[in-house]
Write a protein that binds this ligand. Structure first.
Ligand code: GLC
Length: 644
């Protein structure tokens, strides 16, 4: 397609020759990927669609502000910006963190002080009123939630963040819109153009057929995947609308090319307001296929690749992060395999690591974690992981029966144990979690709870047990050390830097009461933040100081560049996890003790990897590795690098 005829056709669309050169060069670079993916999804409709996408792209390219164009150039010079060890993410609800967007702006010194380079503000585009799934039911993608501010405030915030070297990250909800979104309203008013934006069925025939193989995301408060709507059907009749999540979140029909065009337009609109990373919410679900679970379909990856190609042409500073909470074998496709290698999302959540961390903490045995990591496919070298201890969602025990079997465990029994353990039902458990969405068909019991409450701090403080408090602090820091050391963007979830406990107040808020994920979505406690800094000896102070130190060390450890894979070394003791990274600057070996007991590490293991002496980065000490063994204290975490 990039024959000279296209170039000569497009050139007159530019007043400036250099702009034309820039656009056409990028088109030449990404055009083939774009066309190939469009053809794979839309077949004969491709040419017409391409023309309409080009129109959207040219418009956004011309509208892109000078400052962002400069950012584009800077990013092209540093394509690994998201992979750098300096990258530290922070995830917060704007209102819960600082009231409004203006408030967030005023908290910049706090974020800078933590070393943050990436700020994910949870859904802030205008959602429907009332229940809205924490903002994931968007009514208007071109407006900000009125109580937070305006689109201009968002641009102003993005500019201020950028000036501080912080990238603004926003959610892009592309599987569904609120039933109050203009498209759904028009569909309900009988406009066939907009009815085709959704999956609407006149009777139960198709829904029942799909349901045969569809799982339920919210079995308790939104059973089934279809919702009857009185006006959604043809000619003013009722219809069954596809609603994977809540009844008020209408799934979009990505088989309709108009939906792709709309979303490209939305992405570029927001990119031109300074959004640098889009979190592709629930991306796994956007393509439906009968007889499957309607997740991870090949079209999902073609659609992402096509969108990414367009965005790279107009706004190469912008990156995509896939929110696909799926099995590892499926997850890797979001970063790209084979032809799609590194051409899909730039980043994806490493849900498995998060799950395994909590699992290992409970079992005090690293075998399953080791097996799961060993079986994990390596990611493309130009991509990165989003690494996290906690986020705004529940924890689902995504542990495969195969991994469990290799570690000598029964998958169902271990998952059962974890739910018991983290809901506090297990004898001797330190955790204070809540069961989220019990599914009687599968036996699944997902868990809500803040990191600190799940790690035992809530129970220990309540029991006034100083030794338990100390252990809980160590557990929290251990988990953070793994996520900061794994090679990816550590995503600190607001409040975890202060070890904030569960917030049971959600029960008194009518829109939140039915969804106990709000127990771990507290308001920022600024007094606690000040106290933690002033009193580093309190539990919150220790977690805070510990984290700040970890961040500081990480930012000065080039071995943690995300292009390097983390491998698992055979462990001499099931309580210990040993990880290895092969960086050109020298090898790195990380040692973690996941138990509340000390363990002996035979030093020949480290010697073989690192030689007779090595530097432990977190303490700054140089270790002599020639003795027989080294005592690894409970929950200790060490980052050794080769002395070169
Ligand atoms: C994502 C969000 C979750 C939301 C769902 C539906 O998984 O993280 O909070 O409920 O998408 O949008």
């Amino acid at each position: 397609m990039l024959k000279s005829d296209l170039a000569s056709r497009l050139r007159p669309a530019f007043d400036d020759d250099r702009d034309a050169d820039t656009f056409l060069l990028r088109l030449e670079r990404y055009g083939a990927e774009l066309v190939e993916s469009l053809e794979a999804v839309y077949g004969e409709q491709t040419n017409e669609l391409l023309d309409s996408l080009m129109e959207v792209m040219l418009h956004a390219f011309h509208a892109r502000p000078g400052e962002l164009r400069q950012l584009d150039e800077a990013r092209l010079l540093r394509p690994d910006w998201l992979q750098q060890p300096e990258m530290i993410g922070y995830v917060a609800y704007a209102d819960r963190f600082a009231g409004t967007l203006q408030g967030v702006s005023e908290k910049l010194p706090y974020l800078r002080g933590l070393g943050v380079k990436y700020l994910h503000l949870m859904p802030l585009l205008r959602p429907r009123d009332g229940e809205n799934d924490g903002g994931y039911a968007v009514q208007d993608y071109r407006a900000v939630r009125p109580d937070l501010g305006t689109m201009d405030d968002l641009s102003a915030l993005a500019t201020r963040l950028r000036a501080s070297g912080i990238s603004l990250v926003l959610d892009l909800v592309l599987n569904h819109v609120a039933q109050e979104h203009e498209w759904a309203v028009k569909a309900r008013a009988g406009d066939p153009k907009y009815r085709d934006y959704f999956h609407i069925f006149p009777d139960r025939v198709a829904p029942d057929a799909y349901e045969q193989t569809l799982p339920e995301v919210f079995p308790e408060f939104a059973p089934g995947n279809f919702t009857w709507d009185e006006a959604a059907g043809e000619a003013g009749k009722g219809g069954w609308v596809w609603t994977t999540f809540n009844r008020y979140q209408w799934d979009l029909n990505w088989g309709n090319p108009a939906v792709l065009r709309e979303f490209l337009d939305i992405i570029l609109y927001l990119a031109n307001r300074g959004v640098e990373v889009f979190r592709l919410d629930a991306i796994a679900f956007i393509w439906k296929r009968l007889g499957t679970d309607c997740q991870n379909q090949p079209e999902v990856h073609h659609l992402t690749r096509a969108l990414r190609a367009c965005v790279r042409i107009v706004a190469p500073a912008v990156a995509f992060k896939a929110e696909a909470i799926v099995a590892p074998g499926d997850l890797i496709h979001y970063l790209g395999t084979r032809d799609h290698h590194g051409k899909v999302s730039d980043m994806a959540y490493h849900n498995s690591l998060m799950v395994q961390l909590w699992s290992t903490l409970a079992s005090q045995n690293t075998r399953l974690l080791g097996e799961a990591l060993r079986a994990f496919p390596p990611k493309p070298t130009n991509t990165t992981w989003g690494l996290y201890v906690r986020c705004h969602d529940d924890i689902g025990w995504a542990i495969s029966d195969e991994d469990a079997a290799r570690a000598g465990l029964s998958g169902p029994a271990h998952r059962h144990f974890l739910s018991d353990f983290y809901s506090g039902e297990y004898e001797g458990s330190w955790a204070r979690g809540l069961v989220f969405q019990f599914n009687p068909d599968t036996g699944d019991r997902r868990i809500s709870g803040s990191a600190a409450s799940l790690a035992g701090l809530e129970a220990a403080l309540e029991g006034g047990d100083a030794a338990q408090v100390e252990l809980a602090v160590k557990r929290l820091l251990l988990l953070h050390t793994v996520t900061l050391g794994f090679g990816g963007v550590p995503l600190l979830y607001m409040g975890d830097e202060l070890a904030l406990l569960n917030d049971y107040g959600y029960q008194d808020v009518p829109e939140h009461a039915a969804d106990n994920r709000w127990v771990h979505r507290p308001r920022m406690d600024w007094q606690a933040a000040a106290d933690a800094q002033a009193h580093p000896d309190t539990p919150a102070g220790q977690v805070n100081a510990g984290l700040r130190h970890l961040i500081h060390v990480r930012q000065g450890t080039p071995h943690l560049h995300a292009s390097i894979e983390t491998g698992v070394l055979p462990s001499p003791d099931a309580r210990l996890l040993l990880l290895r990274r092969e960086h050109p600057l020298g090898r790195m070996v990380q040692v973690y003790n996941f138990s509340d007991q000390p363990a002996e590490l035979p030093l020949n293991i480290l010697r073989e990897q690192l030689g007779d002496r090595a530097t432990e980065r977190l303490s700054g000490y140089e270790y002599d590795l020639t003795p027989w063994t080294l005592n690894v204290p409970p929950y200790a975490a060490w980052w050794f690098t080769e002395n070169t």
